[in-house]
Design a binder for this molecule. Structure first.
Ligand code: IMP
Length: 423
């Protein structure tokens, strides 16, 4: 048996949560492979909206196992809150949430370093979610991190105190003004740690590979998007993990030759939250309209998302580095009522026309080259089958498939589970 992956092809917020939830019936195990509570995966069904940060998006289904892989970073405080919210909804987690012993822990001081680092950067800040993601991955690669498995070993307190003190010195060196009460933060953290000790910790790479050998079907769930990948994104305005398919191998311990389908998910337009270049950004009434109709506010931070036309240069880059086999297009309904839809197919860069993502795309040095397509007037949010969609919507899909050379298998026309159409 092989594993399928689902990952975002833009700057995150493509709607992975909804699609993982939708596809979960086809799998036995959903496994998150990177990122942490910087993610906000939104799922909507039975009139209720749920936002998950650390827990895989298959958690609302009966008899499905949800694994938090070694590539994920966990903030015990946020994780505890997330679990308590699910318990209020009577979601039984005891046998279906498994956590890798190798997943790293976000300490309260990681969050503080994130904040101090952003403040010290001034206008050049990354626009981080301030959840401590970067500093935690820095400690991981710097070989100083604390992991879930350490909670089962002797000496936890010493390790925690040593790292916390090191961080406090570091925060001092930033020379910025941030307010915090370290004792209160440690108390809250310790309470949460005691709570999560009651959950099931596993050697996840062993568990997942055994499950594949035993014929179980696994879906690997990514977070953020390919353009936020630490290597292939718009560095330095990226997150600190590999959000691309390779991140699923290192974040779950699954070999590359065990990957089968790679579902690439994108919005019918583009959004970005936080700082960094965005060639097709619209600062006009069409951008505002996309933000309003698409409800483009961050699920984790509530920040408004920047909006713009679909960028095929970026999509091609993401399709290539991920080996995408099938595409899923979200939020097609948000474009309803726009007379002429623009799609960026190439860039003008240093006097040349190019169709790939160059090393540096700082604001202003790239000019998008657009093709225009006729839009559709109809409200498509209640349509249930592909044949009933407006002709121009289908033309849009055909145009994208021909340009990208990959089939679009699913289109989403609204936030609810039921507003999902197979092409
Ligand atoms: P960090 O991951 O919190 O360090 O943030 C780094 C960059 O990634 C910032 O621009 C964030 O806005 C962006 N980012 C992180 N997580 C997400 C996400 O789940 N969706 C969209 N953008 C994200």
């Amino acid at each position: 048996m092989k594993i399928d992956l689902i990952l975002g092809l833009q700057w995150g917020d493509e709607g992975k949560g909804k699609i993982v939830d939708f596809l979960t019936n086809n799998y036995n195990i959903i496994a998150r492979f990177q990122g942490g509570p910087n993610a906000g995966h939104t799922l909507e069904f039975d009139g209720i909206k749920h936002v998950l940060h650390t827990i895989p998006s298959g958690i609302f289904h009966e008899n499905k196992i949800n694994v938090i892989g070694n590539g994920v970073v966990i903030d015990p405080v946020i994780f505890k809150e997330e679990i308590e919210k699910l318990k209020e909804l009577n979601v039984d987690l005891s046998n279906k949430l498994l956590i890798s012993r190798k997943a790293h822990l976000i300490l309260p001081t990681h969050r503080l370093i994130d904040k101090a680092s952003e403040l010290s950067k001034g206008k050049k800040k990354i626009g981080s979610t301030l959840k401590g993601i970067g500093p935690t991955y820095m400690d991981k690669t710097g070989r100083n991190g604390l992991r879930i498995g350490d909670l089962e070993l002797d000496g936890w307190e010493d390790k925690f105190n040593t790292l916390t003190n090191k961080h406090l010195n570091l925060i001092n060196n930033f020379n910025v003004d941030i307010d915090f009460d370290i004792n209160k933060l440690i108390e809250e953290f310790t309470n949460s740690i005691n709570f999560i000790k009651s959950l099931r910790f596993i050697d996840s790479e062993h568990y997942l590979n055994e499950s594949l050998n035993n014929g179980k079907k696994i879906l690997g769930e990514g977070a953020q998007g390919s353009l936020l990948d630490i290597d292939f994104g718009t560095y330095p305005y990226v997150t600190s993990s590999n959000t691309t398919a390779a991140g699923a191998c290192t974040g779950l311990g699954i070999a590359p030759n065990k990957i089968n389908n790679v579902f690439g998910i994108f919005k019918a337009y583009t959004t970005r939250v936080g700082s960094g270049p965005f060639p097709t950004e619209l600062k006009d009434e069409i951008g505002e309209r996309m933000a309003k109709i698409g409800n483009e506010f961050g699920a984790t931070t509530g920040r408004p998302r920047r909006c713009g036309w679909l960028d095929l240069v970026i999509l091609k880059h993401s399709i290539t580095v991920n080996g995408v086999t099938e595409l899923i297009m979200m939020k097609g309904d948000v474009l309803s009522g726009i007379d002429r839809i623009k799609v960026c197919t190439k860039y003008k860069y240093r006097g040349e026309t190019i169709d790939y993502l160059p090393y540096s795309i700082e604001d202003g040095n790239i000019e998008p080259i657009y093709e225009e397509i006729s839009g559709w007037e109809e409200d498509i949010t209640k349509i249930k089958s592909f044949t009933d969609l407006p002709k121009n919507f289908k033309n849009y899909i055909n145009f994208l498939e021909e340009s990208l050379n990959v089939k679009i298998k699913i289109v989403s026309v609204g936030p609810d589970r039921t507003q999902t159409i197979f092409v």
